[in-house]
Design a protein around this ligand. Structure first.
Ligand SMILES: CC(C)(COP(=O)(O)OP(=O)(O)OC[C@H]1O[C@@H](n2cnc3c(N)ncnc32)[C@H](O)[C@@H]1OP(=O)(O)O)[C@@H](O)C(=O)NCCC(=O)NCCS
Length: 155
C-alpha cells in the first residue's frame, strides 16, 4: 500500500460562490479541465459550460489562488447534486475538499434541499464516505471511469 502524503489542514482557505461566465468561472473550468478531463484526453465543451448557467459554482481560494472547486445542481423536489469536485493536485489531503463539500451541503440545505446526491468516481469514494455519504446501486462506468452513486441526507 502506498503511503498518502499529508501536509496538515490549510486554515486560511476562503470558499466563495463564483458567478457563471466571468474570470473566476473561467479559472474554475481550467482547474476542472486539468483535474477531471485532461487525464481522459478531454475538455469541457462550450455546450456543456453554457448548460451550467443555472447551476451554482464554488471556488476554494487561498491568497487569491484557486485551489479547489465544486458545483451545486438543483434537481427539484428537495434534491440537489454535487458535481465537478476537483482540488488541485498539489493542494490535496489538506482539508480543502472537505470544506468545499460542507459549503455545498450548507447551501443546498439553505435552499430547502434535504438530500444531496453525486456520481462519485470510485477513486474518490473513500473521501465521500468520510463525509457521511452512502453508496446506492451498482458500480458503473461513465466516460471510461468507474463510478458509484452516493447520497447524503442533509440536516
Ligand atoms: C477527491 C478530492 C476532491 C478530495 O479533496 P481533498 O482536498 O484532497 O480532500 P480532503 O483533504 O478534504 O480529505 C478529507 C478526508 O478524505 C480523505 N481522502 C481525500 N481524498 C481521498 C481519496 N481519494 N481516497 C481516500 N481518502 C481520501 C483524506 O485523507 C481525509 O481523511 P481524514 O478526514 O481522515 O483526514 C480530490 O482528491 C480530487 O480532486 N481528486 C481528483 C478529482 C476527483 O476524483 N474528484 C471527484 C470526482 S467525483
Amino acid at each position: 500500500m502506498i503511503a498518502r502524503e499529508r501536509g496538515g489542514a490549510l486554515t486560511d482557505v476562503l470558499i466563495r460562490e463564483v458567478p457563471h461566465g466571468g474570470e473566476d468561472y473561467r479559472a474554475l473550468v481550467a482547474l476542472r479541465d486539468a483535474v477531471l478531463r485532461a487525464p481522459l484526453g478531454l475538455r469541457f465543451s462550450a455546450e456543456e459550460l453554457a448548460a451550467e448557467v443555472k447551476d451554482r459554482h464554488f471556488g476554494a481560494f487561498r491568497e487569491g489562488l484557486l485551489l479547489g472547486t465544486a458545483m451545486l445542481v438543483p434537481l427539484g423536489a428537495g434534491r440537489a447534486q454535487v458535481r465537478q469536485m476537483a482540488v488541485a493536485a498539489e493542494a490535496r489531503e489538506r482539508g480543502i475538499g472537505r470544506i468545499l463539500l460542507r459549503r455545498v451541503e450548507e447551501e443546498a440545505a439553505r435552499a430547502g434541499c434535504c438530500e444531496l446526491i453525486a456520481e462519485a468516481r470510485s477513486d474518490a469514494l473513500a473521501f465521500y464516505l468520510k463525509q457521511g455519504y452512502a453508496v446506492v446501486g451498482e458500480p458503473y462506468v461513465k466516460m471510461s471511469v468507474p463510478h458509484r452513486d452516493i447520497v447524503k441526507k442533509l440536516a
